[in-house]
Design a protein around this ligand. Structure first.
Ligand code: ZN
Ligand code: ZN
Length: 437
């Protein structure tokens, strides 16, 4: 059975957003075609209480909204959180590594909470910090967490962003440099918005691991929930079935952002930083300044995912030559998608994705295709037949451009998202911009 999952999100307790309601999440999941969704922050005491009050277990370890009627009753929730493990690394200083955790039930969540309590971890901030003195302690704590109940799954999150295991912030070259003896137990790794299976194929250490993709969203909005997701081939509809499929790599495909859309793709400094004002700069790896120093403010640039991946490919291959991007094929199937509301906005030539007309168009299309994921399953010809005369021509053209892969992004850098360009092919190489306001 094909089952679409999005297993990394955050609640209102992670900061930056108001309270997120499970009912509106379920409404968004149903139209997006997401079957199961990670609730986020399940170790935060108040959110955990509210989850237990609102959810009821349907299949083993898969939860639904209590009292929900069709179609919301079909939405399933998985108990999930993200934690930040901090530990000293050989490149100097303390690295904070973002890690996702999935739990089979509330009793296991409570045992994990008790462990964190014993370690002196503050649980109120949604995404708790687990401070460790060395890799031995990281390994010990990871083992303790996965042993807190049957089928607890721990996965390094958005591995190439600055806050991920391989990221440019206090860089390390191998999983074991942070996770120690726990590294061989890591079976699943999250691509994050700034990377996809093609980019990650140059890293030998990931050859034997399952790649998953999740939205990491902090909102129930249509362009956030399921903006990336994983389609699994499930043998059994249950939490153990889901974890089995993840660990065994039974992935039909992942739905991915074009990595250039992610906020950390190129190396650069965004506007608004100290000594920047409106000035900014970005570079692809072939144009990156010597020593990585910003020509505007003189401080080290934020190293982008692309540059970092190329460096890692060399280090992980050493002494063999590094794999070359574009010459190795991705091990797992994947699709590059753009959230439909963003496509609709682009087709109308408007910036906002929350306009009334965009919402109306979205509903019209979903009424015909069932779900957003279902729309992208159709062949281009079928989409054209289904939507001709139903949506205006510029909107249909935008949808078909995305379905045919005829789009690219002006790449993101240093925390700013990439910008969608339909019908254009923007190269990842040769990018250099130094804008002085
Ligand atoms: Zn994170
Ligand atoms: Zn700068």
């Amino acid at each position: 059975m094909r089952y679409a999952v999005d297993l990394h999100s955050h609640s209102g307790y992670a900061g930056g957003v108001g309270n997120i309601s499970l009912a509106s999440l379920a409404r968004t999941m149903v139209v997006k075609g997401i079957n199961a969704f990670g609730v986020g922050d399940c170790l935060q005491p108040a959110w955990r209480e509210s989850l237990e009050r609102q959810l009821v277990e349907r299949e083993q370890g898969l939860y639904a909204l209590d009292g929900a009627e069709a179609p919301l009753a079909a939405a399933r929730f998985v108990l999930q959180t993200e934690v930040i493990i901090t530990s000293p690394v050989s490149s100097g200083g303390r690295k904070g590594t973002h890690v996702g955790l999935l739990f089979p039930d509330f009793a296991t969540v409570d045992r994990a909470i008790a462990l964190l309590d014993r370690w002196g971890v503050h649980l109120n901030m949604g995404r708790p910090f687990i401070k460790c003195v060395d890799t031995a302690e990281v390994a010990e704590r990871c083992f303790a967490l996965v042993d807190s109940g049957p089928g607890v799954l721990l996965f390094p999150a958005h591995v190439l962003t600055p806050q991920g295991i391989y990221g440019s912030d206090h860089p390390v070259d191998h999983l074991a440099e942070v996770f120690g003896d726990f590294a061989p137990r890591i079976r699943v790794v999250e691509t994050g918005l700034s990377a996809d299976p093609e980019l990650l194929a140059i890293l030998p250490e990931l050859d034997t691991r399952t790649l998953i993709s999740n939205s990491d969203c902090h909102s129930e909005a249509l362009n956030r929930v399921g903006r990336e997701f994983t389609v699994l081939e499930l043998k059994q509809l249950s939490y153990p079935g889901l974890v089995e499929a993840l660990e065994a790599g039974q992935v039909a495909y992942t739905a991915e952002f074009n990595p250039a859309e992610g906020r950390y793709f190129l190396t650069g400094h965004r506007s608004g930083l100290e000594r920047h004002g409106a000035s900014y700069c970005y570079f692809s790896p072939d144009r990156s300044p010597a020593q990585g120093i910003c020509p505007i403010c003189g401080k080290p640039l934020t190293v982008g995912v692309l540059e970092r991946a190329l460096t890692l490919a060399k280090r992980q291959a050493d002494p063999a030559p590094a794999r070359v991007l574009g010459e190795v094929t991705a091990r797992q199937a994947y699709r590059r998608l753009v959230p439909l509301v963003e496509v609709l906005a682009a087709g109308q030539g408007v910036k906002s994705v929350v306009g009334k007309k965009t919402a109306r168009l979205f509903q019209t299309i979903i009424a015909r295709t069932g779900t957003e994921a279902g729309l992208w399953e159709l062949e281009a010809g079928e989409i054209a037949r289904e939507l001709a005369g139903v949506v205006e021509e510029s909107v249909l053209k935008a949808i078909l451009a995305v379905r045919n892969g005829d789009f690219s992004f002006q790449p993101g850098y240093d925390g700013s998202y990439g910008e969608l360009r339909l019908g254009e092919a923007i190269d990842w190489q040769g990018q250099e911009r130094i804008f002085r306001a």
